[in-house]
Design a protein around this ligand. Structure first.
Ligand code: IVH
Length: 705
């Protein structure tokens, strides 16, 4: 941006030229944002340019252009869609990549339900549509709301846009009073080509693939633009319901079809892995002629009663899996290997490639995982790629599957240059020069610089503001990098004092290009909005190794409050009660527990966390509604043989009802559920006077008999 000419020193000619330049940039930015769903400048930059334009116009009123950006109406750039909290979370699917994974899926389900190998168990198999998911709420048969998936819990309200899609009925006849229909919005291949032709002819941005085009078209602030885009919708699932649709998945899909929704004609009922895989192969063969993009096949347990027994892990149902199509491949040259330092100090080798198109996307970077991977070994020391190592200058195969980061999969030794040298992983951090060490059992080498390493600090900050963490409007990775290099923020707590420091200090934010008073005020408001933060997001935002989003949510529901969580983490030590309690959480293992305890044991880390917490109001985690549950808050132990459910199912259901399941009987145990063959635990419970019931007694107690 040539922002150097001061307005009060501007000549008339310069003003004319500058007004023309600003009109052009702002018009383009409007199209990029409103029409293409692909903003090319930040909201802050946009505001700053608009203000500069207005100031020049004020100085030279007679030079104001007919197409002056000051006169443009149109939705304000910073405004987005309103938010919708999903009544039933919109989850994702776990993946299967080969036939063995599909058999394992069936085995896992049988094990969980306690079904023998010869008990009949059927599944539906249907294409996995490569679009974006949408939830449609009908009340008394009338479409009242349409929401995107968002982060699964909260999506965007796109009702006006959804109403423009022909496949989405505005009203339904004989539908349940409350019905949330879920499915995929997508664009067909011919419609996609035609849209891109129209865009190109109008000098507007074209889309990389039908999925982007569908997402960009649905997420338009002006529904008239969506109306002009040929979107379609397949229904395949449901959320909140006042009455069941059917008693099987297939029956429910048929009902949705009868209600007027498009359902996928390649949906089949299969009686086990063999038929599922056969249908997968058939869909794979038809893939090229379907006329829309699919990226795999989804299998779902057919009986809805079994689906509800199986329930959910934190982000995926146990009763469904997506069998993905194999990734796409291409060969290119490895030009260099760079090292990136992550927020936990991990040194990750990144392949810089001669750009190559893989499945329609240009790839110039790919992951090389770690030094063993480059050397041709897996993390157990076994050979991969027949032991072939990867060297700079090699001809390598790049593999890309869906949205995941492309990786270097193979190397062609026949094209290796004579002087190619084996790659040596650096033993110093390229960012802070601290020693980089590889602990026994760790696949990666890590920088030991901790908080002094600028790369770790920046990555931690980027993680902190990321979508599933604090998600601060206007503060993305780019701004974090800039603020960090300007020494405005060194740690998360600093974000919350930015407003106070706006016009103090050597580096004033208000003097930075793109940060006028209005954009800065918007940013500070967005930051203030996040002073109230959910416990799960807070824990995830800390960026503790091994604690992903799902684990953070598990910890949040278990501990309920920040105080309970942080006190427990500060005291947890292998063998004590706090440690055992942490490990009793389904989904928390010793590795994660160790990582949490280590973090909350480091003085510098704790001090940094405490500084952050002082600026926040951390909300209590919403625990599953267990009011009315007879076992909420009770510690339950299962022992002996359970005949009507497996241990895993018993534990998951007890926890869903707010009980804590423990593996051993102690004075803290409230209830022992003892099946046949119960031994020492039953005796101990009797000695301690603990109430003991059998499996039927338990099912009766939880109302499942
Ligand atoms: S079922 C509770 N069926 O895939 C899970 N999802 O990777 C409900 N998707 O977010 C999802 N085709 O957007 C289901 N036939 C299909 C699908 C499908 C595409 C998408 C959906 C979901 C994502 C998960």
């Amino acid at each position: 941006m040539t922002d150097t000419i001061k307005i009060d020193a501007m000549t008339r000619d310069q003003a004319v030229a500058e007004l023309a330049r600003l009109a052009d940039i702002l018009a383009r930015a409007n199209v990029a944002y409103h029409t293409d769903d692909a903003p090319d400048i930040s909201d802050a930059e946009y505001d700053q340019l608009k203000r500069r334009n207005a100031e020049i116009e004020a100085q030279f009123p007679d030079l104001k252009r007919d197409d002056s950006p000051s006169e443009q109406v149109g939705a304000p750039v910073a405004d987005g869609f309103s938010k919708v909290t999903h009544a039933v979370a919109m989850l994702s699917l776990s993946n299967a990549f080969d036939d063995a994974d599909v058999s394992e899926f069936d085995t896992r389900i049988r094990k969980y339900l306690g079904l023998g190998a010869d008990t009949a168990l059927s599944y539906t198999a249907e294409p996995k549509i490569d679009g974006l998911s949408l939830s449609l709420r009908y009340e008394d048969g009338v479409l009242t709301q349409a929401a995107t998936r968002g982060d699964g819990a909260v999506g965007e309200n796109v009702t006006a846009n959804a109403r423009t899609i022909d496949d989405i009925p505005a009203t339904l006849e004989r539908a349940p009073a409350i019905l949330e229909v879920r499915g995929e919005v997508y664009m067909s291949h011919p419609d996609f080509e035609a849209l891109n032709d129209r865009q190109a002819a109008a000098g507007q941005k074209t889309f990389a693939n039908p999925r982007n085009a569908a997402a960009g078209s649905l997420r338009q602030l002006d529904a008239n633009i969506t109306r002009a885009r040929p979107l379609r919708f397949f229904a395949y699932a449901w959320g909140a319901l006042s009455d069941p649709l059917a008693d099987s998945q297939m029956g429910a899909i048929e009902r949705l079809c009868a209600l007027g929704f498009q359902t996928n004609p390649l949906t089949r009922l299969c009686d086990g892995p063999e038929e599922m895989i056969a249908h997968y192969k058939l869909i794979e063969q038809e893939r090229a002629t379907l006329g829309y993009d699919i990226d795999g096949v989804v299998y779902k347990v057919n009986e809805l009663g079994l689906q509800s027994r199986l329930g959910f892990r934190s982000t995926t149902p146990r009763w469904a899996v997506a069998h993905k199509f194999p990734a796409e491949l291409a060969w290119t040259r490895l030009d260099a290997i760079d090292i990136q330092v992550g927020r936990t100090g991990a040194l990750s080798p990144v392949a810089r490639l001669t750009p190559v198109t893989v499945g329609g996307v240009v790839v110039s970077n790919a992951t090389l995982h770690n030094e063993d991977y480059i050397a041709g070994r897996d993390n157990k020391g076994e050979q991969i790629r027949d032991g072939k190592d990867i060297r700079v200058g090699d001809w390598v195969q790049v593999y890309r599957a869906g949205d995941v980061i492309p990786k270097v999969a193979d190397v062609d030794l026949s094209k290796r240059l004579k002087d190619a040298q084996p790659y040596i992983m650096p033993d110093r951090c390229p960012e802070c020069n601290s020693e980089a060490v590889r602990e026994p059992g760790d696949a990666v080498r890590r920088c030991t610089g901790g908080l002094i390493c600028p790369a770790q600090a920046v990555e931690k900050l980027k993680h902190f503001v990321s979508r599933a963490a604090f998600d601060i409007d206007g503060l993305g990775a780019k701004q974090v990098e800039q603020f960090h290099s300007d020494k405005w923020i060194a740690e998360p707590a600093d974000i919350f004092t930015l407003r106070d420091r706006y016009d103090t200090g050597l580096q004033q934010l208000k003097n930075r290009e793109g940060w006028g008073e209005k954009s800065a005020a918007n940013l500070f408001d967005a930051i203030d909005d996040r002073r109230n933060i959910g416990l799960g997001r807070m824990i995830f935002a800390l960026g503790i190794r091994h604690v992903g989003e799902a684990a953070a949510n598990l910890l949040a529901t278990h501990y309920g409050t920040w105080d309970a969580f942080s006190t427990a983490m500060r005291t947890a030590e292998e063998g004590n009660d706090a440690w055992d309690d942490l490990l009793s959480i389904d989904g928390v293992g010793a590795v994660m527990a160790g990582s949490l305890a280590t973090t909350f044991n480091q003085e510098a880390e704790i001090a940094s966390i405490d500084r952050l917490v002082a600026h926040l109001n951390i909300e209590e985690a919403v625990r599953p509604d267990t009011s009315g549950s007879p076992v909420a808050g009770k510690t339950v132990v299962f022992t002996g043989t359970l005949e009507k459910m497996t241990r895993a199912e018993a534990k998951a259901r007890a926890e869903a009802l707010g009980a804590k399941v423990s593996g051993s009987v102690s004075a803290k145990t409230d209830l022992l559920v003892a099946g046949p063959g119960a031994g020492s635990k039953a005796k101990k419970a009797a000695d301690l006077g603990i109430e003991t019931i059998d499996e039927d007694g338990w099912l009766d107690l939880i109302g499942a008999l």
